[in-house]
Design a protein around this ligand. Sequence first.
Ligand SMILES: [Zn+2]
Length: 49
Amino acid sequence: MVVKRVRVKEHIKTLRESTKTICDHCKGTGREPGTDEKPCSVCKGSGKG
Ligand SMILES: [Zn+2]
């Protein structure tokens, strides 16, 4: 049953990958472009759009 469990896990992972949204401003880094300190002003540092 190990194989079956892995398959389900992979499916959930694929689902998450396809539904996640990345912030266009910081490209998902959560940092204001050009700086490593300021959080992104668009996504507030979450990296999600
Ligand atoms: Zn951002």
